[in-house]
Design a binder for this molecule. Structure first.
Ligand SMILES: Nc1ncnc2c1ncn2[C@@H]1O[C@H](COP(=O)(O)OP(=O)(O)OP(=O)(O)O)[C@@H](O)[C@H]1O
Length: 250
């Protein structure tokens, strides 16, 4: 569903991502982690077609994001770390606008259901300018879900959410994966990965240092507490990477 092959990205000669290859199948949730500047956002933004790759191929639901950008985007929902909304539009107008952009007929029932699931029904006619940060985040996620994309990309999805919101988004992500979506989540919250992800990729300085199923990664460490196990794996990989170790695939 998501297939990235030998992807590299340079910004004016600086290599932000180097020779990255991985895939995410339907139902899988890949957790992308790595220190600041590791290349996570660059990878997600390239998969969305916001920035072009320098080399390599990136496929979304069978469509090359450079060769067939519209078909790729029709199958994609992207929630950036700082979603930009239209301050002078209401919550409902955002959903209607999104439906028009994706040419969705009869979107109303699905939109109502999304508002209910994100506890936004009572804010239906409120200008997004007058929403809290967490509510704005939920509007962005509801819009990204509306066309029922096969691929979902989340950059730091829990920023600004309250515990109830966090639980709601986690459940929504799980439901989408169960329904067959391929999902990538970038975050610094290891506990989020432990609760949600089927696979993990650790990036450091633009290179993949580890990629594989979560259970394989955790079994290496042999912890019963998976949050601290993930933490241990993360630090051992990123510190080893700093000392120049090779990429490992589990
Ligand atoms: N437009 C740009 N021009 C030049 N360099 C850039 C640009 N965007 C990102 N970079 C550089 O590319 C590298 C990777 O950045 P990126 O935003 O992908 O990292 P990240 O893993 O998402 O980091 P964080 O966890 O801090 O969000 C960084 O060194 C960053 O400074």
């Amino acid at each position: 569903m998501i297939k990235v092959t030998n992807f590299s990205k340079q910004y004016k000669g600086f290599t932000a991502v180097k020779n990255l290859s991985f895939s995410v199948e339907p139902g899988q949730i890949l957790g992308l982690l790595g220190p600041n500047g590791a290349g996570k956002t660059t990878t997600l933004r390239t998969l969305c077609g916001i920035i072009p790759p320098s080399s390599g191929s990136l496929m979304v639901a069978g469509h090359d994001v450079v060769q067939a950008p519209i078909a790729a985007k029709q199958n994609l929902g992207y929630i950036p770390d700082d979603p930009r909304l239209f301050d002078t539009m209401t919550v409902w107008e955002h959903l209607a606008f999104t439906a028009a952009a994706y040419k969705l007929a009869d979107f109303e029932k699905d939109a109502e259901a999304l508002l209910a699931s994100f506890e936004l029904t009572h804010k239906r006619n409120t200008l997004v300018h007058n929403l809290s940060r967490g509510m704005r985040q939920k509007v962005a996620i509801a819009c990204a879900f509306l066309h029922d994309p096969k691929v979902l990309l989340f950059d730091e999805p829990l920023t600004g959410l309250d515990p109830q919101g966090i639980r709601g988004i986690q459940q929504a992500i799980r439901d989408r994966a169960r329904a067959g979506a391929a999902i990538i989540i970038s975050s610094h919250l290891l506990s989020l990965f432990e609760n949600l992800c089927t696979h993990i990729m650790v990036l450091n300085l633009g290179e993949c240092r580890r990629f594989g199923p979560m259970e394989d990664l955790l079994s290496e460490v042999g912890h019963t507490d998976s949050t601290s196990a993930l933490e241990e794996v993360y630090f051992s990989i990123t510190q080893a990477a700093d000392q120049g170790s090779e990429t490992a695939v589990v």
